[in-house]
Design a protein around this ligand. Structure first.
Ligand code: C5P
Length: 206
């Protein structure tokens, strides 16, 4: 069984994907980490994330980069959003995601285009969303807890810029698959959102 979990930044999709993977005993891939690694590697190379060739060169990042704490920063999220517009980059990361999705026994993947491009045949497609203020507050709390100084207004502006870039790009834009179930987590707490997602998947599988 493939479970595709898509949605914008800080919508709760990562938390929900991880919880679904644990509940259904499936392996989980956070595909945002791959784009973040490409963005960070591009910066480390001194490249320009808006240049398709520099971004493609950065797809050849070392495995250990996936564990680098810098990968989780807002700055790296912005770089990821810029390298991810290039079809060359998306093509270079396709096989790895596709192999993970189609492994025997199934998998949970979260990202932006799992239900539309990586695994359009997924048995379960969820599109997790939430309002910008709710997402900004969540990201602000996460960053503060991680000891990263940030302002709420800056985070909200960054989220809106990233949403606009992710939704308007030509290659695999952020969009709910027509057969995805949309869950809005704006007013739900963590446990409530997880419980609702598990319930939704169980209903879809009946
Ligand atoms: O989900 P996360 O915030 O870690 O993703 C960082 C960026 O990577 C997103 O803003 C998006 O531009 C890009 N991304 C993507 N396709 C995916 C996952 C992430 O384009 N499947």
């Amino acid at each position: 069984m493939i479970i595709a979990v898509d949605g914008p930044t800080a919508s709760g999709k990562g938390t929900i994907a991880m919880a679904l993977a644990a509940h259904f005993s499936l392996p989980h891939l956070d595909t945002g980490l791959l784009y973040r690694a490409v963005g960070l590697q591009c910066a480390l190379n001194g490249g320009n994330p808006d240049d398709p060739q520099d971004a493609l060169t950065a797809c050849d990042f070392p495995d250990h980069l996936i564990a680098d704490p810098e990968l989780r920063s807002e700055a790296t999220g912005g770089l990821a959003s810029r390298v991810s517009v290039h079809p060359e980059v998306r093509a270079a990361l396709y096989d790895l995601q596709r192999v993970f999705a189609t492994q025997p026994g199934g998998a949970v993947l979260d990202g932006r285009d799992i239900g539309t491009v990586i695994a359009p045949e997924a048995e379960v497609k969820l599109f997790i969303t939430a309002s910008v203020p709710a997402r900004a507050q969540r990201r602000y709390d996460e960053m503060r807890a991680a000891g990263r100084p940030v302002s709420l207004a800056e985070i909200a502006a960054d989220l809106e810029a990233r949403d606009a870039r992710d939704s308007s790009r030509a290659a695999a834009p952020l969009i709910a698959a027509p057969d995805a179930l949309v869950l809005d987590t704006s007013t739900a707490g963590r446990e409530e959102a997880i419980a609702e997602a598990i319930r939704a998947v169980e209903l879809l599988l009946q």
